[in-house]
Design a protein around this ligand. Structure first.
Ligand code: URP
Ligand code: ZN
Ligand code: ZN
Length: 460
């Protein structure tokens, strides 16, 4: 297998230049001007196009038993959607319930992906309880190639852990050099406010954000930061949505706490008025933390530009509007949480970030690929274009113009939260370890070829 990508403008987090990329087997082996194609090599003409390193989504749910149902994608549909959208590696949350064993859960999540994914993948190992058995299983899971944990300070009675478990998880993570990713919302405050709103007859989707105001998230971040400070563990706040929460993370970082911050494409382009749409339409926009007041968008874009926010993910969690969201028709607390967007992250970030003048091209690559690879122990195999790196390339057409629609999307869900939105630019061709997986915007890859990426912890 030999592939030559000619005449593209290579854009990484730090460089921008026109050159040819020669890939032998699964790896980039040479970058130069005027590389001649040997007989039999596959050649892609990338003239007039950007060539980005494969994008990495650090927060995805594919197999997710949650709120009495299951998210809709399989690895086959989800990985195809990821690739069409320019994402060549995804990191999924492995989310056992409190009664499940960690190792069994890890093997179950692996069995959903191995031989079924078209893109490369890894997992953040969910720690939804902590005891001696769990600790020894977590050690084993780390040996098998996992270098990040996931904890929830929200979802009382489901995934949420108590403070003793939090402390012990962070101590183990510090010992193993594992980074701990965390959903930060105070679960008690959420539960109490939900009860009050329902008792007052406020049941519609627009009440979801009333039950989880910014202070609830800020308190969650503050709480995690205190525990991180005292244990010395490296942390990563997932799906940060608002200024109040970011202020807590920055304050902690300034006093030496080890913290990275992820925001989501949804928070950058949507606001809470979407969840207030009438006739239950708002349910399409129910996720946690909730969509916020629009003033937060500028704070998050600015955070990306200034490096205060490290990454942009999707928290892809697809639930059908017709059959699953209505579980909460008369009670917003029962609406399955999630806004599907695995396929649209890069197109939306490019259109509303780069084209709108809010992000330069390097920052765009950095927050959607390079920093993810660095934080999660995948760099420089992933996250950049250089000899020795995997040949994961996105040949991106900045001249493309299109419209998002749930009817034409690859994700296995019956709606798009961005129906009718215009996009400017899209991935034209995408390669995964030297094999073309998307051609002219269409999936042409191999289901099952995606590899589990073994990671070695580095956050000691
Ligand atoms: O609403 C969300 N975020 N759904 C997925 C589960 C989670 O909290 O990440
Ligand atoms: Zn979460
Ligand atoms: Zn999530």
């Amino acid at each position: 297998m030999a592939l030559l990508v000619k005449n593209g403008e290579i854009v990484t987090a730090s460089e921008r230049y026109v050159a040819d990329i020669w890939c032998e087997g699964e790896t980039i082996t040479r970058i130069d001007r005027n590389i001649a194609a040997p007989p039999g090599a596959e050649v892609i003409d990338a003239g007039g196009k950007h060539v980005f390193p494969g994008f990495i989504d650090p927060h995805v749910h594919i197999y997710l038993p949650f709120m009495g149902t299951f998210s809709k994608d399989t690895y086959e549909t989800g990985s195809k959607a990821a690739l069409v959208g320019g994402t060549t590696t995804l990191i999924e949350m492995c989310c056992p319930s409190r009664k499940d064993d960690a190792l069994e859960a890890f093997e179950l999540w692996m069995s959903q992906a191995v031989g079924k994914s078209a893109c490369d993948f890894s997992f953040h190992m969910g720690v939804t309880k902590f005891d001696e058995k769990t600790a020894s299983e977590l050690r084993e899971i780390v040996k098998r190639g996992i270098s990040s944990f996931k904890i929830f300070l929200a979802y009382k009675g489901a995934f949420g852990i108590d403070d003793t478990e939090l402390y012990q998880t962070l101590k183990l993570a510090k010992e193993l050099g594992v980074i701990v990713t965390a959903h930060c919302e105070n679960e008690t405050l959420v539960a109490e406010r939900q009860k009050e709103l329902l008792a007052a007859g406020r049941t519609d989707p627009g009440q979801h954000h009333e039950s989880r105001p910014p202070a609830v998230e800020a308190e969650g971040v503050h709480h995690l930061m205190t525990f991180a400070e005292l244990t010395g563990a490296a942390t990563y706040i997932v799906h940060l949505s608002c200024k109040e929460a970011l202020d807590e993370a920055i304050a902690a970082r300034q006093r030496g706490v080890r913290v990275n911050v992820e925001t989501l494409i949804q928070y950058l382009v949507l606001d809470k008025t979407y969840a207030e749409r009438p006739n239950f339409e708002g349910a399409k926009y129910v996720m946690s933390p909730p969509l916020r007041d629009a003033r937060n968008q500028a704070v998050l874009w600015n955070g990306l530009r200034s490096g205060l926010v490290n990454t942009v993910a999707t928290d892809h969690a697809p639930f059908d509007f017709q059959t699953q969201k209505p579980m909460g028709k008369d009670d917003f607390t029962k609406i399955p949480n999630g806004i599907p967007s695995l396929e649209e992250r890069i197109n939306l970030l490019y259109t509303h970030g780069v084209k709108a003048g809010k992000l330069d091209l390097h920052t765009f690559v950095d927050v959607a690929s390079t920093q993810v690879a660095k934080i999660f122990d995948l760099f420089p195999r992933k996250g950049t274009i250089q000899p020795g790196s995997d040949a994961d390339l996105v040949i991106f057409d900045p001249g493309y113009r299109g419209v998002i629609s749930g009817k034409s999307q690859t994700m296995n869900v019956d709606y798009s939260a961005f129906e009718g939105w215009k996009i400017e630019g899209r991935p034209r061709d995408v390669t995964v370890r030297g094999q073309v997986a998307v051609k002219n915007g269409k999936f042409v890859g191999t289901v099952g070829r995606g590899q589990f990426l073994k990671r070695t912890p580095s956050h000691f």
